[in-house]
Design a protein around this ligand. Structure first.
Ligand SMILES: CC(C)(COP(=O)(O)OP(=O)(O)OC[C@H]1O[C@@H](n2cnc3c(N)ncnc32)[C@H](O)[C@@H]1OP(=O)(O)O)[C@@H](O)C(=O)NCCC(=O)NCCS
Length: 169
């Protein structure tokens, strides 16, 4: 099932993040695989009303999660990670749809995210889910700041894109 995260879920989210990052090693992006997961303090910042959703197994333990923050009046997906043991079963798409429902309920017109342009399970995946690439000239100030922060973190070593999906009403 999909539900909102609680503070007791956060260590499991770190484990998911490390496991979900491992496939980047196979495509020559070891720095991404080796990037430490968000700290508990980082994750706690997202624990406001409706900002972390988890997909759970039968034991209610998270097997996938999505982080969201509102950026320039859009629901910005900061991270989606699915444990590889549970990948390719639609959990990523369901978490994103859940954020879409939340955005709809909060009168936000779109979902946004930043991701790697050429990683098969990043931009091409999001395109299959209805996201479209934004031109740099279309980035709102908050998205520009996010891209700058990511560049400082070294993520621009590979092509990055910002994407947007209108909220279905
Ligand atoms: C991207 C991610 C969230 C997708 O979650 P998921 O639950 O596996 O995805 P879904 O079941 O909704 O969709 C499956 C589709 O994702 C894409 N996909 C998932 N894993 C893939 C892989 N290893 N290689 C290529 N495409 C992949 C494919 O399009 C796949 O469709 P297919 O199985 O018919 O080929 C998950 O792979 C993940 O956590 N990756 C690591 C973290 C990450 O890169 N997050 C996104 C960037 S912020």
């Amino acid at each position: 099932m999909i539900r909102l995260a609680t503070s007791t879920d956060l260590p499991a989210l770190q484990e998911i993040e490390v496991a979900a990052g491992a496939p980047f090693r196979d495509i020559g992006m070891s720095a991404i695989a080796d990037d430490p997961p968000p700290t508990i303090a980082d994750l706690e910042k997202f624990l406001g009303p409706a900002h972390i959703w988890v997909a759970t197994g039968d034991d209610d333990r998270p097997i996938a999660y999505a982080l969201m923050e509102v950026v320039d009046a859009a629901a910005h997906i900061e991270q989606v990670s699915v444990h590889p043991d549970h990948a390719r079963r639609g959990l990523g798409a369901r978490l994103i749809d859940e954020i879409g429902n939340w955005a709809n309920g909060h009168q936000l017109p779109a979902l946004t995210l930043t991701t790697f342009a050429d990683v098969p399970w990043n931009a091409p995946y999001y395109e299959r889910l209805g996201f479209r690439r934004l031109a740099d000239s279309d980035l709102t100030p908050g998205l520009v700041r996010i891209r700058e922060r990511e560049a400082q973190h070294g993520l621009d070593a590979w092509p990055r894109v910002t994407m947007r999906r209108p909220v279905a009403t």
